[in-house]
Ligand binder design. Structure first.
Ligand code: GDP
Ligand code: MG
Length: 177
């Protein structure tokens, strides 16, 4: 059955953020593929996908925003973050520079996003362990000090992708309900 058009109890907006090339769009298409409806607003350079998720007895429609590549030009505007209750902040475990930039993205989320936004720090490309530049422990430590949830994922091998998004949605639900 197509649950996309069922009555929803909540609609949540969440955003993907992090450097270009870390795997945001691949994570999103993994997560949303079951009910994939890629939509875009070319005028403001965003794309989004939806997925309906059951938490407890509530049906939550999650609308997840992705950049259309404009993070490369540091051209993400405050409207991208507005109203978002959750975020996946993604870095690439094989590129230390993307981890160093996490603080910059965090500042943006905190400047423009909801004050109690649920943020999950995601170290993606865990399948490339042989060329790892960021230890899992470093990610975990940063997440702890910044009060974020943490997970390493592989969009390629579909490891922990579901878990990362679902953890975000569950936490948003816990706050919002
Ligand atoms: P974005 O710019 O953050 O949206 O990144 P993309 O989703 O476009 O991915 C950038 C590149 O990384 C592409 O070549 C992907 O195929 C690759 N990629 C994304 N996720 C993974 C992953 O988990 N493992 C590996 N090995 N490659 C990945
Ligand atoms: Mg992308």
């Amino acid at each position: 059955a197509d649950s996309f058009d069922e009555e929803c109890d909540y609609l949540f907006k969440a955003v993907l953020t992090g450097d270009s090339g870390v795997g945001k769009s691949n994570l999103l298409s993994r997560f949303a593929r079951a009910e994939f409806r890629l939509d875009s607003k070319p005028t403001i350079g965003v794309e989004f996908a939806y997925r309906n998720i059951k938490v407890a007895d509530k049906l939550i429609k999650t609308q997840i925003w992705d950049t259309a590549g404009q993070e490369r030009f540091r051209a993400i505007t405050s409207s991208y973050y507005r109203g978002a209750l959750g975020a996946l902040l993604v870095y690439d475990i094989t590129r230390a520079a993307t981890f160093e930039n996490v603080k910059k993205w965090l500042r943006e989320l905190r400047d423009f996003g909801n004050s109690d936004m649920v943020i999950v720090l995601v170290g993606n490309k865990s399948d490339l362990n042989h060329s790892r530049e960021v230890e899992e422990e470093e990610g975990r430590r940063l997440a702890e000090s910044e009060d974020l949830f943490f997970m390493e994922t592989s969009a390629m091998d579909n490891v922990n992708v579901e878990e990362a998004f679902l953890e975000m949605v569950r936490r948003i639900h816990a706050i919002a309900s």
